[in-house]
Design a protein around this ligand. Structure first.
Ligand code: 5GP
Length: 346
């Protein structure tokens, strides 16, 4: 046994220090980024925020709404090949730049992936997603997928430490997804004691990825627009959101009425709700590692997106970053013991 005594930080442990700025208005800030990839010859341009590949967030409807704003959706893996074919036949222009096909790492998963790409070869992004990205089998799957799809952009995760980011990039991933345990409907830290505070995970993993020419996605733990700004400030290339995009018209999830008010069901992909829905129950050898909650219905996602992007633009003006790309360079975090004033919060 060993202990690391360095304190690891989450979003709530820091704030961003304001800096002198020449920007006159938030409208001068550009949130779009352009990326080239470590392995894939493709390039990407857009606002690097992603809807999570959960079936109550990353839906086809969400992708249609977000792609109009050049925002990305990792489509959840439970659509059938037929669902994909129908969706792809009515693809709005350019949407393939803003969606990823998600997959697990079983034989059936890779067969399904092959079928989806067979009929829809214009799709560009693959998101290989497992809760625990530390297994050797996972890195082998990434390697195999890279051989099969040399031109596609491969996202792989989740991990939280630099050495595993490097291993996945060297195995063929272009982008590594970072986060174990910070999610709003995640109970991994409760059930297993395993995890890593998200801000430190981003800082350490971004450093490892950028050293090799790869990118990272900060996945999970953002609860307010300020957290997204902190994730970008810490070095995330992309920020993935689950809970912040749940509960909308486009989110999917059963609609429930309570005391005359509409709610939508939102649950973790390892919750018993998800396992019962998709694989017929929680297997005997494992525990559910996700919650099921009901979130108040929040209308169309467009309004939430505007709130998020407005917040981010404002962060950039506070530190003098004319482009989102400059935010990390212009970020100094200060350690804090307080966040917002909650005197008028319920
Ligand atoms: P959020 O933005 O809601 O805080 O986090 C979203 C992320 O939580 C997802 O992208 C995924 O990585 C993670 N997640 C989703 N479902 C589960 C689950 O059932 N268990 C765990 N441990 N993590 C989950």
């Amino acid at each position: 046994m060993r202990i690391e005594y360095d304190i690891k930080l989450g979003f709530k442990d820091v704030m961003i220090r304001p800096k002198r700025s020449t920007l006159k208005s938030r409208s001068e800030v550009s949130l779009e980024r352009e990326f080239k990839f470590l392995h894939s010859p493709l390039s990407w341009n857009g606002i690097p925020i992603m809807a999570a590949n959960m079936d109550t967030v990353g839906t086809f409807d969400m992708a249609k709404a977000l792609s109009e704003k050049k925002i990305f959706t990792a489509i959840h893996k439970h659509y059938s090949v037929t669902d994909w074919n129908v969706f792809a036949s009515q693809l709005p222009e350019n949407i393939e730049n803003y969606i990823a096909v998600s997959t697990g790492i079983s034989k059936q998963d890779s067969e399904k992936l092959a079928s989806i790409f067979k009929f829809n070869s214009n799709l560009k992004f693959i998101c290989i997603d497992v809760a625990n990205g530390y297994s050797e089998h996972f890195a082998h799957f990434v390697k195999k997928t890279r051989t099969l799809y040399p031109d596609k952009v491969i996202i792989a995760g989740n991990v939280v430490t630099g050495e595993m980011v490097e291993e996945l990039l060297l195995s063929g991933a272009d982008i590594v997804k970072v986060g174990i345990g910070p999610g709003s409907v995640c109970t991994t830290r409760v059930k297993t004691g395993v995890g890593y505070p998200q801000l430190s995970a981003i800082i350490e993993c971004a450093d490892a990825a950028h050293g090799l020419g790869g990118q990272i996605i900060s996945d999970g733990g953002c609860t307010i627009p300020g957290d997204i700004a902190k994730a970008f400030g810490a070095g995330a290339d992309f920020v993935m959101l689950g809970g912040m995009l749940a509960g909308h018209t486009e989110s999917g999830g059963e609609i429930i009425e309570k005391n005359g008010k509409p709610y939508r069901k939102f649950y973790g992909m390892s919750s018993s709700t998800a396992m019962e829905k998709h694989v017929g129950g929680v297997a005997e050898y494992r525990a559910s590692e996700g919650k099921t909650v009901e979130v108040p219905y929040r209308g169309d996602v467009e309004n939430t997106v505007q709130d998020i992007l407005g917040g981010l633009r404002s962060t950039c003006t506070y530190v003098g970053a004319q482009r989102l790309k400059e935010l990390t360079k212009r970020t100094t975090f200060i350690r804090v013991n307080e966040q917002e004033n909650r005197v008028y919060n319920e």
